[in-house]
Ligand binder design. Structure first.
Ligand code: ADP
Ligand code: MG
Length: 680
């Protein structure tokens, strides 16, 4: 009997050549094949009568071949085979392109189950290159649910079916199930072996639904168990013990009084830092909710406790801006601040590195450069990662490794539903900034089309006349996209339309120092209009800017647009946001309308999630968690919640999962697949 660890090369009909193609799909062993789920199913159980064919699309048709298949050669090397088929309701033309073999199998007078695309050309309706299987006249042929697997070039669904068939055969009778039996019973889930069989060889559509439900539960349950264990393991480490004595001075040094939410978050951070356990906390808050000073509080506590703090921003501009706002605040408390970025001159860099190594630099602000080799900290005690979705878990871990289990604070401006946050950030404690500083007015948002161009240009002019400043954001133009305007071109056009206004341009290909100069000049009010690619998306702060115009807004994700909008509405002046692109079709218009209706980042994120689909959100790149194969965060939200609760309950009773060897092994494997060290 074959074993699951056997190579698929030994499956009948596969051999070394095809096995090499399977390698491209990461399928080497029968087990790999077993764990490669269909990406879709074709439901051939629902048979449509020829007379009932409706819109063009895929159909299962049970019919008899009525005419001998005729082959014609239409062009060099191209063949066309045609015949007709009929059932009791009517007849239909069948056409095979370049597939004489399939057609040659058909016999006049024989009944088949056909499955394929029905297409209408003019008044002629055809079934195109269908698959067919013989049906005996008296059999009540049920058709099948046919799984559709991801393929790579050179492989067919039939090859895939061969290896999954062999893999299912190799599943032993005592197949271990990672889900405890009580949970299967409680949520009415099929056991592991049945679910696998149903995923690969379903009898009914209901089979697929039930099996999928189990897979989703299993996947999330394993994920939650793993993250929870990670969190607990970290808590077992000894953390640096900070003093919170500096807090009153910190609050007194702020130029404003903190919001209730900020105070709460800072208190939670302070409590973590004095606890003797390493902090791993996420601060989640909408754009403009004031995350920066929350992080500054942590830096102050670290410095006043004899440690260094590293503050990482996703871009150099942002790092420079943070340095500019934080340095005066912290220096008032007698804390020294140092900026370290890749674009600094060699002597500047050398001086900064020396100060970091000696400990003279108490708070270090920078970008990824902070975690590159060559930066040695004297005594790193706290790490802040701003805009977390750009810093992977791996990067966080690399930075942590530079100190002795420093306290870690990550800040995210992409608010997501709480249930999801508790799963995605299952290894972190979460503080939420659900309050914006007082005096803010919601940003008035409009989605417009090209027909509004002149009025918007006039509106830009008026805002500047009233003392405001304007951002204009253009998407990154890729090669070949002639219909889109680049930031440079757009800036020229605007300058021509508004000759008396001072227009600056900022784009990704400029040198860092130049970008910084432009940004600072804009912040200082030396320019009226800043035309930019999305380099300004993450967090720059120019309170006097009160109008944001986004060109080709349909090219951006909703959450991204919400982030952009967050660049205005920071002062007390009424702010506006205008999205061009509402004339690019109904989908574009409806998406943009969501932003016109709400200023709430959580709501935007929910809509974004629903529209982009789970792939983007659960994509490994964004959050650095193990890739999920089946779970869909919207459709499966309720099930997710249950999976998390059950994971918590089981770990509370049995923290090492000693009583659940299979579960334990599977959690381990799930986190082993990761290519970084964070979970080891
Ligand atoms: P976020 O990073 O959450 O988007 P920031 O930390 O950049 O937000 O803060 C946005 C703006 O609000 C900044 O200009 C900041 O100085 C200001 N701000 C922060 N907290 C308060 C507060 N409690 N009261 C008044 N203004 C505040
Ligand atoms: Mg910020």
């Amino acid at each position: 009997m074959p074993a699951l660890e056997d190579s698929i090369r030994f499956v009948k009909g596969i051999g070394p050549k095809k096995a090499a193609l399977f390698e491209k799909l990461h399928i080497r062993t029968l087990r790999d094949a077993l764990e490669t789920y269909p990406r879709d199913y074709e439901d051939r159980t629902r048979i449509t009568r020829i007379a009932d064919l409706d819109e063009d699309g895929k159909y299962a048709i049970r019919a008899i071949v009525g005419s001998e298949p005729k082959t014609t050669h239409i062009r060099k090397g191209m063949t066309l085979v045609k015949c007709t088929i009929f059932d009791e309701s009517g007849s239909l033309h069948v056409t095979y392109f370049n597939n004489p073999y399939a057609a040659a199998l058909l016999r006049v007078g024989q009944e088949y189950l056909f499955y394929g695309r029905v297409q209408t050309n003019g008044r002629m309706r055809m079934l195109i290159s269908p698959q067919s299987e013989k049906v005996s006249p008296d059999a009540d042929h049920p058709g099948r649910i046919v799984p559709v697997y991801p393929l790579s070039a050179g492989l067919t669904q039939r090859d895939m079916a061969r290896v999954t068939e062999a893999a299912l055969d190799a599943v032993p009778g005592d197949w271990p199930d990672p889900l405890p039996e009580v949970l299967r019973a409680r949520y009415d889930l099929p056991d592991a072996a049945d679910a696998l069989a149903a995923i690969h060889r379903p009898q009914t559509a209901q089979d697929v639904t039930e099996a999928r439900r189990r897979m989703v539960f299993e996947e999330l349950f394993l994920l939650c168990c793993g993250l929870q264990q990670l969190k607990e393991r970290r808590k077992a480490d000894a953390g640096l013990v900070f003093s919170d004595a500096a807090l009153p001075d910190f609050f007194a040094a702020l130029p404003f009084s903190p919001t209730g939410a900020q105070r709460r978050a800072i208190d939670e951070i302070a409590a973590d830092c004095v606890s003797g356990k390493p902090m791993n906390r996420l601060v989640q808050g909408d754009v403009g909710s004031g995350k920066t000073i929350v992080a500054a509080a942590l830096c102050a506590l670290a410095a006043k406790s004899g440690c260094q703090a590293a503050f990482m921003a996703p871009t150099e501009i942002l790092a420079a801006q943070h340095a500019e706002t934080l340095a005066p605040l912290l220096e008032r408390l007698g804390i020294s601040c140092t900026l370290l970025t890749g674009s600094m001159s060699a002597p500047q860099k050398r001086a900064a590195l020396a100060a970091i190594e000696s400990g003279a630099a108490q708070v270090v602000i920078g970008t990824h450069a902070l975690i590159q080799q060559g930066v040695t900290f004297h005594r790193l005690g706290a790490v802040v990662a701003d805009e977390q979705h750009r810093f992977g878990v791996a990067q966080r871990a690399a930075l942590s490794a530079k100190g002795q289990t420093p306290h870690v604070l990550v800040m995210s401006a992409t608010p997501i539903p709480r249930t999801l946050a508790l799963i995605l950030y299952g290894d972190l404690d979460v503080s939420v900034l659900d309050e914006v500083p007082p005096g803010r007015q919601p940003v008035e948002t409009y989605a417009v089309g090209e027909n509004m161009r002149r009025r918007i240009t006039a509106f830009i002019d008026k805002q500047i006349a009233d003392g405001g400043q304007v951002y204009v954001v253009c998407p990154l133009v890729e090669e070949g996209e002639m219909h889109l305007k680049s930031a440079e071109q757009h800036a020229l056009d605007l300058q021509k339309a508004l000759p008396q206004r001072r227009v600056a341009v900022l784009h990704g290909r400029m040198k860092s120092a130049e970008k910084e100069r432009v940004m600072q000049a804009f912040a200082a009010g030396e320019y009226d209009i800043l035309v930019a690619t999305t380099v300004i998306e993450v967090g720059v702060d120019v309170p006097n800017a009160n109008l944001m115009v986004v060109e080709d807004a349909d090219r951006f994700g909703l959450s991204q647009l919400h982030q952009l909008r967050g660049r205005v509405g920071r002062g007390t002046r009424q702010s506006y946001c205008i999205f061009f692109g509402a004339d690019k079709g109904q989908t574009a218009r409806e998406r943009l309308k969501i932003l016109c209706k709400t200023n709430d980042g959580f709501e935007v994120a929910r809509a974004d999630l629903a529209q982009r689909g789970p792939g983007d959100f659960f994509g490994r790149r964004q959050h650095g968690l193990p890739a999920l194969h089946v779970a869909d965060p919207i459709a499966d939200l309720a099930l997710m919640q249950k999976a998390r609760e059950e994971a918590e309950a089981i770990l509370l009773a049995d923290p090492t999962l000693a009583g659940y060897p299979e579960l334990r092994a599977r959690v381990h494997r799930m986190f082993e697949e990761r290519d970084d060290e964070a979970f080891n």
